[in-house]
Design a protein around this ligand. Structure first.
Ligand code: ARG
Ligand code: ZN
Length: 882
C-alpha cells in the first residue's frame, strides 16, 4: 500500500498518558499498556479506534477496567480495532506478549548479545504493544521495567528514574518517568549486564545532569571519548543555538546488533557500538570523528526531533536534515571548518548525487512511500542538511539564528511540518520563502551552467548563469516541468596573479549572488584584468557546476583562491578531467603518462612544498583523487567501471612517480616521535592522514618499495589508523606478503568484532576478480553472521557498494552474489536487506552487457515470492520503467 502526503488526516483519537509495565523475559516478555485515550476534536467523531500492531500476541484487553464484551473488538497480529469507542476520555488496558530472542528484524524489543534493547523509529513501537503508532500522537510515558536481576542488573527507560526495588525471587524493577510528551518512536527500554562510565554537566539553566555511557562490561575504557563528546555537544548547543538539556539524566547505550547508526530516544540514546567504542588500538581517526559526530547528532535531536517532532513521516527531513546540519556545524567548530566542509561534500557527491541520478531518486520531502524505512536516505539526511545551510547563506547568520529560535519556541511540544519550519524564517526575515521551498519538493541534482566574459574596453566582467533541473517521474507523481530554484552562489573574483581581483557588483551581497531565474547574468564593474571566477565557494548549493575553466585558471584557483574549499575543488576538477578523459579514451592507456597528469603533478608539488605541513589534513584531501563512483557520475552513461579503475590507477602511479621524493620527505617530517602520546584530535589525525595519503601514492608508483614501507609501518604502528593505512596498499598487491599480512591481522584481532569489520571490508574492496570467492569464503568465517548488521555491511555491502569493478563484474557474478545475500537476509532482517539492494542504484548507468545482467539479478529478486515490503519496494522502484 502507498501512503501519500496529500492524504494526511489527523488521528481520530489521541493518547495523553501511557503507563507501560514491561516484564522482560528472553522469549516471553509481557507488556501491559495502560492508555489514557480521548477523541481528537480534529478527527472524525465516532470513528472506530484502530491501534497498530505487528507480530503481537494479545493476552487481554480491558476498557475502563472492564473486559471488553464479545464483538466489541477485533484483533489481528497487525491491528486491534475497537468498533465503538466511548466519545469521552477512556482507558484501555492491553496485555501483549512478544519474543525478543526471535526478533531478528531488530525493530521493536530485541536482544543483542543478551542485552534487551529497543528500536522504535519509524514504526517499531507497534511490535511492543498495540498503539496509535504515528508521530503526531504524543503522550507522557511512565515505564516500569522488570527483569531477573542476574540477567539484567541495569534497567533503563526514557526520562528520569523514579524508583527501583525487588520484584519477587531473583527479580527486580525500575520505574522511569518522562515528563515531555513524545511520539511512540522515541520510546526505549534497555535491560542487561552493562558497564558504565559517567560524568556530570550543569546546564546554562542550572540543571545538574548525570551523563552516562553504558557498554559491554570490560569495555568501559573505550567509552570515555563518547562520554566526553556528550558533554561537548551539550555545551555547543547552548552556545550556538541557546538549547539546554531538559532531563536530570542522559544515557547512551551501545549495542552490537543495530540496523542503523544510532537512535535519539528521549533521554536514552541507543547506539550501534561502532559509534561509541574507541581506543587508539581499535579505532581509526575516522572512527573517532564519526563517534563525535553521531553522539552530537543524536544529542541535538533532543531539540530538533524530540522537543519539536514530525507531524508525519513525510516530514522526516525536518528533523534529520536539520540535525545533520547541526552536527556538521558542531564538527566544523570542534575540528577544521574547511576540512570538514570538504568531507561533507565528498559524502554528498559519493552517496546523494548518485541517488538523485538513479531510479531511487526522490525529493527531500517525498510525496509517497510504500515503506518509510527505505527513506532514511542520503537525500533526506544530507541534501536535507544542504537546504538548511542554503537558508543560512540566504538569510545571513543572525537572521538564521533568530529563525531557529522562533522555530524552537513556536513549535516546542508539537509535531511540526516543513511549512512550520520555513514560516519561522519567513516571519523573522520578512521574506517570501515559497520559491525556496521547491528544494524540498523537486528531486534531482540541478546543474548550473556558467560562462564568464571580460570586456577590456569597459573594464567589466560578466558572469552568465543558467540553471537546469532533470525531469524526474516518481511513483508518487508523474514527471512535471521543474520550476526554477533559489540558488545561493557564494563567489569571488581572483586576480590572474593571485589575490582578490578588484570589481564590484551590486547584486552580490556578503559575497553571495542569488540565482532565482532560469537564466541571469551578473556584471562586475571596474575590473582591471580578466579575473578567474571562484564560484559556489564553500559549496554554497548542492548543484553540479558546468563551468569550462582552462587548466591555467584552475591552477590559479588551486594556488590563490581565498576560499579553501574551492582550492580543493580546483585540484579535484583538474584530476577529474584527466580521469574522465582516460576512462573514456577507448583503448586502455598503456603508459602512466600524459601531459595533463604531469601538469597536475607539478601543481601538487608546488602546493605541497608551500603548505603541506601548515595544514596536513587539508593537504591530504588535495592529494586524494575523486573516487570511482564520482568519476562514473561525471561520465554519466554507458560506464565501464574497469576503465575508471584503470584511469585512476594510472593517475595514481603517475602522481606517485612525479611526487615520490616529496612524499617520502613528508612521511619523515610527519612521523610521530616514538613514545609521543596518542591524541585523536583533528590536528594529529591530519598529520596521520597526510602521511598515509603519501604512502598510498608512493605504493601505487612503486609496489615493491611501497610494500616494504607498508610492512614496516604495520610493524611499528601504534594506532589503528596507521595499521589499516599500511594494510590497505598491501591488500592491493597479490602475493604471499599480502596473504600473510591479512592472516596475521585477522588472528591478532580475532576477538575484536569492530576491528574484524575493517578487515572484512578491506578484503571485500580488493579490485580483483578473486575477491568474489574471497568474500564467499569470508561469509563462512566464524566471526561472520548474517544476523549482525555490522558484519553484513562490512563484508557484503563493502563489496556491493564500495567495490565498483567487482560488483559490476562483466560476467554478472557480483550482481548474483548481492542478490543472493539480499534474498537470504530478507527473511531475517528486511531493513538491512533492502539497504544492500540499493547497490543496484547505478545499474542503468553501466554499459549494456553489465546492464542486462544487473537487470536479470534485480528481476530475480523482484520475482521471488514472499518478499518483505522493504525489499520489494526497492526492487520495484529500481526496475520501474523510465
Ligand atoms: N533517527 C535515527 C537517526 O538518524 C535513525 C533511525 C532510523 N531507523 C530506522 N529503522 N529507520 O539518528
Ligand atoms: Zn537523525
Amino acid at each position: 500500500t502507498i501512503v501519500r502526503l496529500a492524504d494526511y488526516r489527523p488521528s481520530d483519537y489521541l493518547i495523553d498518558r501511557v503507563e507501560l509495565d514491561v516484564r522482560l523475559h528472553p522469549t516471553e516478555t509481557r507488556v501491559t499498556a495502560t492508555l489514557a485515550l480521548r477523541p481528537n476534536p480534529a478527527g472524525e467523531a465516532g470513528a472506530p479506534l484502530v491501534l497498530d500492531g505487528d507480530e503481537l500476541t494479545l493476552l487481554a484487553v480491558a476498557l475502563d477496567g472492564q473486559p471488553t464484551g464479545p464483538g466489541a473488538i477485533e484483533v489481528t497480529p497487525r491491528a486491534l480495532t475497537l468498533h465503538q469507542p466511548p466519545q469521552r476520555p477512556f482507558v484501555l488496558e492491553i496485555e501483549t506478549q512478544v519474543n525478543p530472542s526471535a526478533n531478528t528484524k531488530l525493530m521493536g524489543l530485541y536482544r543483542s548479545n543478551g542485552v534487551y534493547c529497543t528500536q522504535c523509529e519509524a514504526d517499531g513501537f507497534r511490535r511492543i504493544t498495540y498503539f496509535l503508532d504515528r508521530p503526531d500522537v504524543m503522550a507522557v510515558y511512565t515505564t516500569r521495567i522488570e527483569a531477573d536481576r542476574d540477567e539484567a542488573p541495569v534497567l533503563l527507560g526514557n526520562g528520569n528514574p523514579v524508583e527501583q526495588g525487588e520484584a519477587g525471587p531473583g527479580r527486580h524493577y525500575a520505574i522511569w518517568h518522562d515528563p515531555h510528551p513524545k511520539p511512540a518512536y522515541l520510546f526505549a527500554v534497555v535491560g542487561g549486564r552493562l558497564g558504565r562510565v559517567g560524568s556530570r554537566f550543569t546546564t546554562m539553566e542550572g540543571r545538574e545532569v548525570e551523563i552516562a555511557v553504558y557498554v559491554e562490561p570490560g569495555k568501559e575504557g573505550r567509552a570515555n571519548f563518547a562520554l566526553d563528546a556528550v558533554a561537548r555537544s551539550m555545551a555547543w548547543d547552548e552556545r550556538t543555538f541557546g538549547r539546554a538539556y531538559d532531563l536530570d539524566v542522559f544515557n547512551v547505550v551501545a549495542v552490537s546488533d543495530f540496523n542503523m547508526g544510532a537512535m535519539e530516544n528521549k533521554g536514552l540514546n541507543i547506539f550501534n557500538d561502532k559509534y561509541v567504542l574507541a581506543s587508539p588500538d581499535t579505532a581509526t581517526d575516522a572512527d573517532y570523528a564519526n563517534i563525535e559526530a553521531i553522539i552530537a547528532h543524536e544529542y541535538f535531536h533532543n531539540w530538533s526531533g524530540n522537543r519539536v517532532t514530525c507531524r508525519d513521516w513525510f516530514q522526516l527531513c525536518l528533523k534529520e536534515g536539520l540535525t545533520v546540519f547541526r552536527d556538521q556545524e558542531f564538527s566544523s567548530d570542534e575540528r577544521s571548518r574547511p576540512v570538514h566542509r570538504i568531507a561533507e561534500v565528498r559524502t554528498l557527491r559519493a552517496r546523494q548525487f548518485p541517488e538523485d541520478a538513479g531510479p531511487l531518486a526522490h525529493p527531500v520531502r517525498p510525496q509517497a512511500y510504500r515503506e518509510i524505512n527505505n527513506f532514511y536516505t542520503a537525500t533526506v539526511y544530507e541534501k536535507g542538511a544542504e537546504i538548511v545551510r542554503m537558508l543560512r547563506t540566504l538569510l545571513g547568520p543572525e537572521v538564521f539564528r533568530r529563525g531557529m529560535d522562533r522555530y524552537f519556541s513556536t513549535c516546542d511540544g508539537t509535531a511540526a511540518t516543513v511549512e512550520d519550519f520555513l514560516a519561522a524564517f519567513a516571519a523573522e526575515s520578512g521574506r517570501d520563502l515559497d520559491a525556496f521551498a521547491r528544494w524540498y519538493a523537486q528531486a534531482g541534482t540541478p546543474t548550473v551552467a556558467v560562462a564568464g566574459a571580460y570586456d577590456a574596453g569597459r573594464r567589466t566582467y560578466t558572469l552568465s548563469f543558467r540553471q537546469s533541473l532533470p525531469v524526474i517521474a516518481t511513483e508518487a507523481a508523474a514527471a512535471a516541468e521543474p520550476r526554477p530554484l533559489v540558488i545561493p552562489v557564494a563567489l569571488g573574483l581572483v586576480a590572474p596573479g593571485g589575490g582578490p581581483a578588484a570589481g564590484r557588483s551590486e547584486r552580490v551581497s556578503d559575497g553571495v549572488f542569488v540565482l532565482e531565474a532560469p537564466e541571469d547574468s551578473l556584471v562586475f564593474t571596474d575590473v582591471e584584468a580578466a579575473p578567474v571566477p571562484s564560484l559556489f565557494r564553500g559549496f554554497s548549493a548542492p548543484v553540479k557546476v558546468d563551468h569550462a575553466l582552462t587548466r591555467d585558471e584552475r591552477l590559479t584557483l588551486l594556488a590563490h583562491d581565498g576560499d579553501a574549499f574551492n582550492r580543493w575543488q580546483a585540484a579535484q576538477s583538474l584530476a577529474m578531467e584527466v580521469l574522465v578523459a582516460r576512462a573514456t579514451a577507448g583503448a586502455p592507456l598503456a603508459a602512466e603518462a600524459g601531459p595533463e597528469g604531469d601538469a597536475l603533478g607539478r601543481a601538487l608539488a608546488t602546493f605541497l612544498d608551500g603548505e603541506a605541513l601548515a595544514d596536513p589534513a587539508f593537504a591530504a584531501l588535495v592529494l586524494t583523487l575523486p573516487g570511482e563512483q564520482e568519476v562514473a557520475q561525471a561520465i554519466g552513461a554507458d560506464v565501464d567501471p574497469d576503465a575508471i579503475w584503470r584511469a585512476r590507477q594510472t593517475l595514481r602511479v603517475q602522481l606517485g612517480r612525479n611526487l615520490g621524493a616529496r612524499l617520502l620527505g613528508l612521511r619523515d617530517a610527519l612521523a610521530q616521535p616514538p613514545g609521543a602520546p596518542f591524541s585523536p584530535d583533528a590536528a594529529s589525525a591530519g598529520r596521520r592522514a597526510l602521511r598515509n595519503a603519501a604512502l598510498d601514492l608512493v605504493a601505487a608508483a612503486d609496489p615493491e618499495g611501497g610494500t616494504a614501507l607498508a610492512v614496516a609501518q604495520l610493524e611499528d604502528a601504534v594506532t589503528m589508523t596507521d595499521r589499516l593505512a599500511a594494510l590497505a596498499p598491501l591488500s592491493l598487491v597479490p602475493g604471499e606478503a599480502r596473504e600473510a599480512a591479512l592472516a596475521r591481522f585477522g588472528e591478532t584481532y580475532r576477538d575484536e568484532p569492530l576491528v574484524l569489520d575493517k578487515w572484512f571490508a578491506l578484503q571485500a574492496m580488493i579490485p580483483e576478480a578473486g575477491t568474489l570467492e574471497r568474500v564467499r569464503g569470508l561469509m563462512r568465517h566464524p566471526a561472520f553472521s548474517l544476523g549482525n548488521p555490522n558484519r553484513v555491511r562490512s563484508l557484503v555491502a563493502s563489496f556491493s557498494l564500495n567495490n565498483p569493478t567487482q560488483f559490476h563484474r562483466p560476467d554478472g557474478a557480483g550482481y548474483d552474489l548481492t542478490a543472493e545475500v539480499v534474498l537470504a537476509l530478507d527473511g531475517k532482517n528486511p531493513q538491512v536487506a533492502a539497504r544492500l539492494l540499493t547497490a543496484f542504484n547505478t545499474w542503468r548507468m553501466v554499459e549494456d552487457g553489465r546492464r542486462q545482467r544487473a537487470a536479470e539479478a534485480l528481476r530475480r529478486v523482484a520475482g521471488t515470492p514472499g518478499l518483505s515490503p522493504d525489499v520489494s519496494d526497492i526492487a520495484g522502484r529500481s526496475l520501474a520503467p523510465l
